[in-house]
Ligand binder design. Sequence first.
Ligand code: NAP
Length: 258
Amino acid sequence: MSAPTPASDRPLAVVTGASSGIGAATARALAADGWHPVLGARRVERLQEVADEVGGTALALDVTDADSVAAFVGSVGDLVTADRPLRGLVNNAGGAKGTETVLEADEEKWRWMWESNVLGTLRVTKGLLPLLIDSGDGHVVTITSIAGLEVYDGGSGYTSAKHAEGALHRTLRGELLGQPVRVTEIAPGAVETEFSLVRFAGDEDRAAKVYEGLEPLTAGDVAEVVAFAMSRPSHVNLDTIVLKPRAQATGMRFHRET
Ligand code: NAP
């Protein structure tokens, strides 16, 4: 793992779930915009590779484990100096498991989705908010999903977790009024990452079918939007941004070329 002293005096931005997909792409986009990304995830070798590539700092993080989050928050605090405040937090770690109906619901999968998407976002946000407030110009970005805005058959575990994560995030908007912290929810549709591989327990054929016959968003497409929101002047708060592939109308409704 990186030594806990970044070489730069660029403002710090924590990105959770930065070992792949949207999180890794966000670390790249923020580094290109002059941030020093602090990357957190469980697969530390992959995390370190991304950190080395972008000149950031990799720190082990399991958002489902309160002790891991506490250690992570402590290490982020050690990186902060007067010239190098923590100004950004991108709550991105999370994902989906399974597509069981409510009748067939698997409690273990539900627990994983609620722990990683909801309680994980709560733990990290709660831990880092004091530093973001102290910075005098903080920003919390949470990657929810269109699954946080609608429901679909077989998606109740994930849609309920993303609805809850969105509710937690949007509550901050009021609670932080008067504080120097902006709050942006980004709700993507289909993005081709490891998301479907995780959802379908490593079944590559099933994962590939999700994106068959259409051009999905890339992780970079979402990362550009995150970086755009975080690069607006301090008084401009982009509250909610929904982005989907042109070929997607809702969570379940796509146009596919045959
Ligand atoms: P991904 O490639 O599977 O990335 C998920 C990231 O989350 C990985 O870096 C993973 O790292 C991390 N993560 C998972 N559990 C974690 C834990 N307990 N502690 C710390 N990190 C954890 O998928 P992605 O599409 O980029 O997903 C990123 C976010 O976007 C998720 O919140 C997802 O729900 C949301 N989203 C995705 C899509 C889509 O279609 N892809 C659409 C809308 C929203 P480790 O495994 O190394 O810990």
